[in-house]
Design a protein around this ligand. Sequence first.
Ligand code: NAD
Length: 428
Amino acid sequence: MSDKSFNAFKMAQQQFDEIAEKLDLDESTKVLLRTPMREYHFTIPVRMDDNSVQVFQGFRVQHNDARGPAKGGIRFHPQETADTVKALATWMTWKCAVVNIPLGGGKGGIICDPHNLSPREQEQICRGWVRQIVRNVGPLQDVPAPDVMSNAQHMLWMLDEYETITGEKSPGFITGKPIGMGGSLGRTEATGFGVIYTLREALKNIGVDVKQTQAAFQGFGNVAQYAIKLYHQYGGRTICVSCWDQGDQTSYTFRKKEGIDLDQLLGITNRYGGIDKKKAQELGYEVLSGDAWIEQDVDILIPAALENQINADTVKKISPKVKFLAEGANGPTTPEADAVLKEKNVFVIPDFLANAGGVTCSYFEQVQCNMNYFWTKDEVLSKLDTIMTSAFHAVYELARKKNIYMRDAAYHIAISRVAEACKLRGWI
Ligand code: NAD
């Protein structure tokens, strides 16, 4: 969101248009699928602690719900835009379809910065968001979840407001709730582990021993931390991670060529995924520039921070040694960079496949809530592995059969499934 010229929705549409052309979709299907079905913009007036009233802007976008209720997070961000929400809702449609869970794509947002809001003000914003959209969301319509800067407490306030208005207990209305209040075990690990389940399958199929590989990560938050944990359990070695330094307002890469020690680094990391630079130096880490992670001579790159990180400029810095790119973040690679990666023959596990573990586990949360019966963490993670592995293989087989790029194969599968659902329903 920092680069003003970057428009995530334009990128999502560009990616869709390229595949729609190859899939030979008819004109009405193209128009339907490149445009969100419903888009809500609304105001949320909140009485602040100083007794003034501040009016916040809220959004909910339902891109497509032909395959099931829309699903997607609510982002709290001061630079949130309608176009970012639209892009993320579109990607959610493809993400749910590629892992074949019976959900559509949605996304929400509120322009605000929780750092500058008291807990009471945040609660009022959450309740206000639900009041404005209550008729258009629900367990059978559209199921929200946390996203950037929103958390389990926010979800619980939203659920409470929803249940207060409807007069019913509906824990399946929202996911990402605290454990014991309808949350699912395994959700914290799900996205990072999902990235590594797909990477494991990619390495196995291409005949690369994970124990002989080295990786560089961008980001050291929820996704990266659990991805590193499982990657190390499988025997891989991470030589660097990069993250944002709030104090210096810049990013740094922390490198240890013999391999980072995850627990040691976690011990000097704050809850926003920022590493203490001084302590890292004391522990023998080299502190390099923020973009150094992309230049490392490693086998695997895992962007797990932000969108638009591998673009026409930065793609040139990727070492010829890199053979795999597993996208933990949403939209980290631009179409211009994709063209270069294709040429270099880098094996890409695209974002909406690689990071679909999060939404898959959110789907499990919804299922458990609707049953009012909860699984153990092992059950959740084993079901997650099954879904991620089978989704990876479907994409990989198609990519091999048609000799196409992995991102294109994933889009083929996802778009075809959604187009088919629209057709079967008689919409097009
Ligand atoms: P997070 O907030 O827990 O961590 C983000 C990390 O990125 C932090 O370590 C932060 O320091 C780092 N970062 C921020 N700006 C950076 C910069 N300019 N350079 C280097 N590092 C930077 O977030 P997360 O939940 O780990 O999500 C990471 C990405 O994965 C996002 O794109 C998110 O949309 C995507 N994603 C997350 C989930 C999930 O379940 N958490 C699911 C799907 C996709």
